[in-house]
Design a protein around this ligand. Sequence first.
Ligand code: FAD
Length: 536
Amino acid sequence: MKPSTLRIGYRYRPKRLAPAYDAIVIGSGMGGLTTAALLSELGWRVCVLEQHYTAGGYTHSYERNGYEWDVGVHYIGDVGTQTRTRRMFDFLSGGKLEWAPMADEYDRFYVGDRVFNAMAGKQAFRDNLVRQFPDESDAIDAYMDLLRQVGRALSDLAMEKVLRPWQRKLAAPVMKLRTPEFMYRSTYDVLSSLTQDHDLIATLCGQWGDMGLPPKQSAFMVHAMIARHYLYGGFYPVGGSWRIADSIIPRIQASGGEVFTYARVASILMADGKVTGVEMADGHRIDCGTVISSAGIANTFESLLPAGEARTFGYADKLKSVRPSFAHLGVYIGLKGTAEELGLPRTNFWIYPHNDYDAAVEAFVKDRDAEFPVVYISFPSAKDPDYLNRHPGTATIEIVAPAPYEWFEPWKGTTWGKRGEDYEAFKAQLGERLMRHLYDKLPQLEGKVDYYEVSTPLSTEWFSAHRRGELYGLDHTVERFRQDWLGPRTRIPGLWLTGQDTLTCGVTGAMMSGLLTTMAMVGMRRMGPLMKRIYS
Ligand SMILES: Cc1cc2nc3c(=O)[nH]c(=O)nc-3n(C[C@H](O)[C@H](O)[C@H](O)COP(=O)(O)OP(=O)(O)OC[C@H]3O[C@@H](n4cnc5c(N)ncnc54)[C@H](O)[C@@H]3O)c2cc1C
């Protein structure tokens, strides 16, 4: 396989490092880049160290055989007007990131042999649901009301993460009063108290793949957060998802910082109970009293921090209360002909065998020949108005589906591209199964596919350093949201956390985690003027 040609960031070499940095960020995903950019804006010189050959974490794209694909961005919500999310993207990118709206029908759910849609716009979303479920208008209105109530509570819970432990204790009684109890119930529990129509529940949960847990297992708060996020439709970054990192990096460089690629951190260095820097995989040590890990909770506490320190500070035990999210397969497809010629929509497809999503997951985990519990299909070249300028006469499609990491363990530790014929055969078989779903929904594509390749959880581990190939970091269970140690602060002086595990998954979740981490680090007094610039 040819290597990808799309690479952003500056290749790491010890001699390219500045003599000193104010902070080191491990990982250049959205969480790491946001933290680095905001600190840079406050005058810090920040060194971002990324193990991959390109910057951006799950927002990176890659090119092969004349096609370009995104690995972890298919649509983003809440950026169509001057929302807080949009203002933050505008600030980080210096206004260079543009957003293209998807079709009004931005998500389509194939549930068994029935088809439902999510429509952009709060009223349109509600009215469309009522059209599809005319007997359920009361339940639908009650659901919309819950989404409304959740808004303030989600902001409170995010801000609580900035507080010091003693401030949290003081705030606890007020937080208890302000947080609706349904936030900490399972999604299914809450929805089944509103309706017994299982097709309606399935439609409301049609985006469960956006956080990787079916309704009986996921926390309602994360379901509601995602539903709110896409309530006004889906948007795609013009130019491809790699533009996100590409447009943020100059902010970091403007203060003398840099984003280095091929820069794997082997461990976080400590002396006298404090962080003193990092040791790179090549053995080079970078001294710095402030290290921010955006590499994920499991990576940080299980592999980057010396094992003895993880135990001493209690993290080895805390890790037992969380678990990794589902791993996934990706199919990256290139076609001759444009999206328009091929009839590709600006709508995501979600294909489910039936309306009991939890049962479908359970059956699949037990039996790898069972139907995929969800197959997600995205049409990036149709969503991106700039795609044809970069890749004329072509189109792309991406398919994502869950796959347990355990299936691939026999090949763990092998090298990407050289894992052997049995692995290739297994991958090909899974790829063919997923391609059949595509042809089933869009039969005109038979014979039009020029190229496709399949990624497995081992590819995710190889390129994105998620140890179990997980899609979304930690699983979004109710239990996870009860963990008050999942936030920017750690018990270790000089060590900070950011990224999806400290708040929630999603590009916006990771971006907001970067804001919270910066706030916790510098304090509200210094953050205030910057917040004014971002949000005024
Ligand atoms: C298939 C898929 C589809 C998705 N679709 C969407 C979507 O449509 N919309 C949306 O909003 N979200 C989507 N997401 C989720 C979203 O992409 C992530 O939640 C978010 O980007 C995570 O950002 P992060 O900064 O926390 O982590 P990451 O982006 O994973 O960044 C962590 C970085 O740390 C680096 N790293 C790890 N260890 C080391 C080390 N030792 N040394 C140096 N670097 C290290 C990794 O290489 C990685 O680049 C999707 C995710 C996936 C996988």
